[in-house]
Design a protein around this ligand. Structure first.
Ligand code: F0G
Length: 447
C-alpha cells in the first residue's frame, strides 16, 4: 500500500489502511496522519515539477488548486478526486496594508482564501475529505461548525449529489453569510443549544453511533487538502520559502496541515529552509496561547504533557469558561488538533499570540481598505503580524505571508457595524456613510 493512515504518537505509530474510517488511533487515542511510502510512489524531484500542469488548465484536476498538487497528496487515484474548482486563490503583495503591520512595503503578502467556491479555505480540506468519503461509499457526511466548514461541506454535497450533508451549529454566533450558504445548499441543519465546542463533542458521538462520515479536521484527509494552501503560497513566490506564515488559530487544522506540508517538503528535499509559523488566537478564545506561551506546553517529541492539558480543560469546565469573540469563526476553546498543531509549532519554530477584539476589527478595516476584504477571524493574522513586528520578533525586512481564511461577505454585519458606529473615535478606520437630503446642491456640497 503506497498510502496509509498512521498514529502520530511516536510510541505507537500503528498503521491502518486508507479505506478505514478513523478519526483517532483505536489503540492509543492519538490523532492519525496520512503517510506515503515514497519508495513506491516516486515523489517530484523539484517543486518546478508542478509547472508542467499550468498548461493543462482544461483538465479540472490540473485547474484545481488542490489536485494539481496530487503528487504530494496521492492517497487516492486521481480519477477518484472530486473537484468543484477549489483553490483558485491569489497571493497578493499588499503594499497598502504593509505599513499598518510595520513591515516594509514589499514584505507583506496576503493569501486570499476567500476566493474558494464557498468563500473560505475550508474547500481545500473538504475536496480531500469529501473525495475520501465518497470513495469509501459514505452516503451521509456531517460536521460541527462555526459556519465555514458547514458551508463547504454543503456546497460539495450540493454540487456533486454524492452525500447528504448534515451540519451541527451552536446556538450562539454564526455569521449569516455562512448560515445562508448551508441553508441554500440544502444541508440538514441542526442547531443545538450550546456553543461550537459542545457541537463538536456531539457530532463526534453522533457520527460514531450512526456511521456518518465526519469531515471536521479530526479527519486526517482534511489536513492533506489544506497542505496545498502552502504549496500555492510557494508557487506564487516562485518556489521561494517566505520567512513567516501567519495564520489565525481556531480548531488548529490549518496550522497542523501547514506544519505537515513543511515537514514533508523538507523530508523530500523539495525545500531547504522552513518558514516560521505564527498562530494568532482571539483573546476571548485563547487556549493555544495560554497553553503554549504561558504554560509552556510543547510537542516534546510526541510526548506532550497530557496532565497539563487535562488540568487546563478541567479548570475551564470548573470555571464555566466559554469562548467569546467577535471573530466567530475562531470562537473555539477546545481545539481538536492541539497535538498536531504543537508538532507544527515545533518544526516551524513557531510562536503564538492573542489579539483583542479592537485589534482584529482595526486590522480587518485595513485589509478592506487595501482591497481584499476578509472576515474578522482572518484579520487576526494581520493584527498578530503587527504585534510581532512591534515586539521585534518579526523583522521589518522579513517576508511575511498572512492567510486571509475567509471572504469579507461572510460576515457583513460586523463590517457595517464597525463603519457606522455612532461613538466617535472608537473605530480608528471607520468610513462612515454620509446622510444627505435628496437635494442636488446638498449632495454636491457633501462630496
Ligand atoms: N478562519 C476562518 C474564517 C475559519 O472559518 C476558521 C475555522 C479558522 C480561521 C480557524 O481555522 O480551525 O484550522 O484553526 N472555522 C471552523 C468552522 C472551525 O467550523 O468553520 P482552524
Amino acid at each position: 500500500m503506497a498510502a496509509l493512515q498512521q498514529c502520530i504518537n511516536p510510541r505507537c505509530e500503528k498503521q491502518f489502511a486508507i479505506e478505514e474510517v478513523l478519526y483517532a488511533c483505536p489503540a492509543c487515542g492519538e490523532p492519525l496522519d496520512v503517510e506515503y511510502d515514497w519508495n513506491k510512489i516516486a515523489p517530484p524531484k523539484s517543486l518546478k515539477h508542478f509547472e508542467q500542469y499550468w498548461q493543462q488548465r482544461s483538465n479540472p484536476h490540473r485547474r484545481s488548486g488542490v489536485w494539481r498538487f496530487h503528487d504530494l497528496l496521492p492517497f487516492l487515484p486521481i480519477e477518484h478526486c472530486i473537484s468543484i474548482g477549489e483553490g483558485q486563490t491569489i497571493l497578493q503583495q499588499a503594499h497598502r496594508v504593509a505599513p499598518y503591520t510595520g513591515l516594509k512595503n514589499d514584505r507583506l503578502f496576503l493569501q486570499y482564501e476567500g476566493l474558494n467556491p464557498s468563500g473560505s479555505f475550508k474547500d481545500n480540506g473538504m475536496a480531500a475529505a469529501f473525495s475520501h468519503g465518497a470513495f469509501i461509499g459514505a452516503k451521509k457526511a456531517a460536521c460541527a461548525s462555526t459556519g465555514n466548514t458547514s458551508a463547504s461541506l454543503a456546497i460539495y454535497a450540493a454540487c456533486t449529489g454524492l452525500m447528504q450533508s448534515i451540519i451541527f451549529i451552536g446556538s450562539g454566533k454564526i455569521a449569516y453569510g455562512k448560515l445562508s450558504q448551508a441553508l441554500d445548499y440544502g444541508a440538514k441543519t441542526i442547531q443545538i443549544q450550546g456553543d461550537f465546542d459542545d457541537a463538536m463533542a456531539r457530532v463526534q458521538q453522533v457520527a460514531k453511533e450512526q456511521s456518518i462520515y465526519l469531515v471536521n479536521s479530526v479527519n486526517p484527509f482534511r489536513i492533506e487538502g489544506q497542505k496545498t494552501i502552502m504549496f500555492r503560497v510557494l508557487e506564487a513566490l516562485h518556489w521561494e520559502v517566505p520567512d513567516w506564515i501567519v495564520v489565525p488559530g481556531g480548531n488548529l487544522g490549518n496550522s497542523s496541515s501547514f506544519g505537515k506540508a513543511f515537514i514533508e517538503l523538507h523530508r523530500l528535499g523539495l525545500i531547504s529552509r522552513v518558514p516560521r509559523l505564527a498562530i494568532i488566537n482571539a483573546a476571548g478564545a485563547n487556549t493555544l496561547y495560554r497553553l503554549y506561551e504561558q504554560e509552556g506546553l510543547r510537542w516534546n517529541g510526541g510526548q506532550c504533557d497530557k496532565t497539563l492539558t487535562q488540568k487546563f480543560f478541567e479548570r475551564m469546565t470548573a470555571e464555566g469558561r466559554k469562548a467569546s469573540t467577535i471573530a466567530s469563526a475562531i470562537e473555539i476553546n477546545r481545539p481538536v488538533n492541539l497535538a498536531k498543531c504543537l508538532r507544527a509549532l515545533d518544526f516551524c519554530n513557531g510562536v503564538v499570540r492573542e489579539v483583542t477584539e479592537q485589534e482584529i476589527l482595526d486590522a480587518k478595516a485595513q485589509v478592506g481598505a487595501g482591497g481584499l476584504g476578509c472576515e474578522p477571524a482572518s484579520a487576526a493574522s494581520i493584527a498578530g503580524a503587527r504585534k510581532l513586528v512591534a515586539e521585534g520578533i518579526i523583522e521589518k525586512s522579513e517576508r511575511v505571508v498572512c492567510i486571509l481564511t475567509g471572504h469579507q461577505l461572510k460576515d457583513p454585519n460586523v463590517t457595517v457595524a464597525y463603519h457606522t458606529l455612532e461613538q466617535q473615535g472608537v473605530n480608528e478606520f471607520a468610513n462612515r456613510p454620509i446622510s444627505v437630503e435628496n437635494d442636488l446642491e446638498r449632495i454636491v456640497a457633501s462630496l
